[in-house]
Design a protein around this ligand. Structure first.
Ligand SMILES: CC(=O)SCCNC(=O)CCNC(=O)[C@H](O)C(C)(C)COP(=O)(O)OP(=O)(O)OC[C@H]1O[C@@H](n2cnc3c(N)ncnc32)[C@H](O)[C@@H]1OP(=O)(O)O
Ligand SMILES: O=C([O-])CC(=O)C(=O)O
Length: 377
């Protein structure tokens, strides 16, 4: 038996379900949401339109968009006890605070156990609005400031920057955040979305699935990479040091963060937009050095590109946040803001044709043996 079973460690290359949400061609380096190219969405759409597209399956018309936008804005409310929880955990990593607050919302929202399609949708849209509020409130509280109230006249991206900084963002800063959210919104059966689907598979709540997703996103092999890239850039310090840094990592057989992907063998198509954002912003802000370090790392990694090892979406995003003076430990939470509609769409899809997700592990431990009483061990 042991010899005949084929094991796909890490479920590499395994299809576990059909999906109509997004499509990744890893060899071509292409990504579509509901059939629309990520390049068109990143250059033409707003995050609100992308949310609607992912959740409902089609682009909204003007009335549908206005209704969706109004629902998202109306959901910018946090129950008071959530602020107490944020205050009590304020010294923790923002991702731990966010996950704890979302978990608390499961107990605080009266309809969090509504497992109907409408219940998932209502709770999911509410959480999409609440997640940036939690992150911004935590950032204010840990710095001794009063959380900034949401501004209902602002878009999702602009309101996030407003609550984070307490100042109206420029049109360019708003668009950069919007594009960042669009690029991070959905990515098939990535680890956090898969984990969320496993939770929905047990007929658990949407809040439960979101807590699972947040826990899974936080790891450095997944959403935590942007924070690690920024730490790497600081460690490298100047472009001339990049080659030695990469050589040392390769010699130690350690991954160079921001490179590699389970599915892409060509460059991650999302990286193009982030790269352009870093280059442009760096020049505008008179700080081109960060981009130069990143490109020196890319150059040092170029011998491995032909083996399919290229930059992923998180390679460039950290520097954009750094140029906006956003603390490093907020990088993963920002990813979560963008990923909310993707997680929601995945949970809705799982719920509609639900099945318990329960694979097998092949036992190769100790052979059957006799019980040994404690005194005899
Ligand atoms: C939003 C996201 O989640 S994107 C991913 C963010 N994560 C990172 O950037 C962390 C760095 N990257 C990695 O650790 C990995 O590339 C992962 C976890 C993303 C993907 O891992 P896997 O799919 O298991 O790796 P994969 O099978 O593609 O690796 C193939 C080979 O490339 C190597 N490799 C993969 N990533 C890297 C890397 N970043 N640096 C150096 N070598 C790498 C592996 O060691 C492996 O080499 P081997 O065949 O000699 O053993
Ligand atoms: O697809 C993956 O494995 C990881 C990823 O890029 C994402 O979640 O955006």
């Amino acid at each position: 038996m042991t010899d005949t079973v084929k094991i796909n460690r890490g479920l590499k290359g395994v299809y576990f379900e059909r999906s109509q949400i997004s499509d990744i061609d890893g060899r071509a380096g292409s990504l579509t949401y509901r059939g629309y190219s990520i390049h068109d969405l990143a250059t033409q759409a707003t995050f609100e339109e992308v949310c609607y597209l992912l959740i409902h399956g089609d682009l909204p018309d003007a009335t549908q968009l206005a209704e969706f936008d109004a629902a998202l804005k109306a959901a910018r409310v946090l129950p008071e006890p959530v602020f107490d929880i944020i205050r009590a955990t304020a010294h923790g990593h923002p991702m731990d605070v966010l996950r704890t607050a979302v978990s608390a919302l499961a107990a605080l929202e009266p309809d969090s156990h509504d497992a109907s399609e409408a219940g998932f949708l209502r709770n999911g849209i509410r959480l999409t609005a609440q997640v940036p509020m939690i992150i911004a409130a935590h950032e204010a509280i840990r710095n001794g400031r009063t959380p900034v109230l949401p501004d209902m006249s602002l878009s999702h991206a602009a309101n996030w920057l407003w609550m984070l900084k307490g100042a109206r963002p420029s049109a360019d800063a708003e668009r950069l955040a919007d594009v960042d959210f669009i690029l991070h919104a959905e990515h098939g059966s990535n680890a956090s979305s898969f984990a969320a689907r496993v939770t929905v598979g047990t007929e658990a709540t949407l809040h439960g699935a979101m807590v699972t997703a947040l826990s899974t996103l936080a790891g450095p092999a997944h959403g935590g990479a942007a924070e690690d890239v920024m730490k790497m850039v600081h460690e490298i310090g100047k472009p001339e040091n990049a080659a030695a840094y990469v050589a040392a990592k390769r010699a130690a057989k350690e991954p160079v963060t921001g490179f590699g992907h389970r599915v892409y063998r060509a460059e991650d198509p999302r990286a193009r937009h982030m790269r352009e954002g870093v280059r442009k912003l760096g020049e505008e802000m008179g700080a081109p050095g960060w981009y130069a370090i990143l490109q020196a790392v890319v150059e040092a990694m170029s011998p491995y590109a032909r083996h399919g090892l290229n930059v992923n979406v998180d390679f460039y995003s950290g520097v954009i946040y750094q140029l906006h003076e956003i603390p490093m430990d907020l990088y993963v939470p920002i990813f979560a803001i963008g990923r909310m509609p993707g997680w929601l769409a995945q949970c809705l899809e799982q719920r509609r044709s639900n099945i318990l997700i329960r694979p097998l592990t092949l036992y190769d431990g100790a052979a059957p043996r006799d019980w040994v009483p404690l005194a005899a061990r």
